[in-house]
Write a protein that binds this ligand. Sequence first.
Ligand code: SF4
Length: 272
Amino acid sequence: MWRGKLFAFGQDAKTIKSHGVIDTATGKPYAQAICYMAPADVSGGTTLCANAEIAGCKDLCLNYAGNGRYNSVQESRIRKALWFKQDQESFMLAMAQDVERFIKYCEKKGFIPVFRPNGTSDIRFERIRLQSWDGLNIFERFPSIQFLDYTKLWNRTKTALPKNYHLTWSYSEASSLYASQLKPVMEQGLNAAVVFEGELPNTFKGYPVINGDSHDLRFLDEKGVIVGLKPKGNRWRKLHNGFVIRKESTREKMIRWGLTTEKELRELENAV
Ligand code: SF4
């Protein structure tokens, strides 16, 4: 277990599972440190997740699963989010200090360090460049270290991302506009994570589905796949908004997206 000001390792299921993965080239286990902050507008003011509304993920966010059930954890995540909003430079300097400290910890233990800055946020860290780092962002500041994140921002990869920053786009059917981004995103070379109720299907929309819950090291995934995930926490059971893919018919989806109504469909069926 390791804890910095922003990142932590070994305190949740995701980092523990990723630690079970061995790098084939070095024979060393990966150690993934994640930074969890209060997502979207949970800390008040501006949002840290620009597409949370259109993706319908705010109320089903990982933020409320696992350790997120505890008030003390929520308070700590809110403090981090406010720190980021109020003093971005000192936040980024603290993030870099954590990265340096965790690299040293991993060197001593024989681990390969990996970082996920947006554990429960969707910040474009690639755009945050510090003068004190000669205009570099956090990824360029540590070019030999692997970073990864999930994102709901489908246009995030249109500008070149640093080679050591891997993104997986998170799919949702909360709106037809959001859902329609799947094909363009896959064509850009990104994988898409999809949350499924029940057993994972073999394929989804023509793409093969892999199990994304066996570990969280998404940069190891082959390209052109759907990363299948199980819903986390309990909130999803009551909220049917398209974020969790249910065994729902096309008819039910069209009604939920507001493309038609039950009445219109019945009239059409009677007319044929
Ligand atoms: S974008 Fe991600 S972190 Fe933000 S609210 Fe949605 S699921 Fe949570």
